[in-house]
Design a protein around this ligand. Sequence first.
Ligand SMILES: CC(C)(COP(=O)(O)OP(=O)(O)OC[C@H]1O[C@@H](n2cnc3c(N)ncnc32)[C@H](O)[C@@H]1OP(=O)(O)O)[C@@H](O)C(=O)NCCC(=O)NCCS
Length: 240
Amino acid sequence: MSSAKVNNPDFQFGLRLFGFRLLPRCAKRLCLREKQKYMVYWGRLRQYQASIYEELVSAIVFLFRKIKSIELRSLLALEAEAWVQFLVGSLPGMFGLIVRNFFMKLLCRKKLGFAWIQPRVTLVYTSKLILGSNVGINSGSYINAIGDITMGDFVLIGSNVTISSGQHPTGNREISIFESPVIPKPIVIEYGVWIGAGAVIMPGVTLRRGSVIGANSIVNKDTEPYGIYVGAPAKKIKSR
Ligand SMILES: CC(C)(COP(=O)(O)OP(=O)(O)OC[C@H]1O[C@@H](n2cnc3c(N)ncnc32)[C@H](O)[C@@H]1OP(=O)(O)O)[C@@H](O)C(=O)NCCC(=O)NCCS
């Protein structure tokens, strides 16, 4: 650019107007808008943070109220079994079966032989679970032994079966069911029982030797030896 043009007062005026006055104004306005946006995000973040803290504190208070009756030892055992299942629960094939069998030997109250535990089975309170030899449990099943579960040899459990040995009392309206303590109700599954896919075995039930539970059935009463039961609630349709 020639020095004559730069020294021209009109050019200098234009430069001042557009280069030094208008542009900084635009920039200032842009900055202000960004700052406003940032303040809105910051405000939201602070609100979110506060609500997270609030939730966390109330969850901790709730947890302490709920677990005050549980011994520290069993809490640690629960944590250990959860991590073991997270680490080995989805391992595929024969290798997965062998690894899970090894860990269940360590975790279960008693395990009398090989357990065929397929991937993605959830076992809770394994310290109160007794497994006979050659028990087969298919994928997606949930077994909670909070009130003790005993399974004999050659029990076969289909996929997505729920077996839970704990009941919540329903009598007291003043306390929510979630907060109320669990009533342990032992479940016994004797030799050679077969439980079809999706069945639910209610707390306190005994499935006698060789009985069969149809797919999607709900068993709320003890079964007879070698009886075949279907439906919700499960009714005996015949004997084997
Ligand atoms: C319970 C079961 C073993 C009965 O088999 P079965 O002895 O051959 O009996 P049938 O098929 O002749 O059925 C007898 C009656 O029960 C009914 N029935 C059978 N299974 C039923 C079930 N799960 N729910 C409701 N009714 C059922 C049938 O409809 C039939 O009724 P009907 O006489 O009025 O027609 C079988 O039906 C079953 O549910 N098997 C589980 C399969 C499974 O989950 N496999 C994967 C897990 S390893």
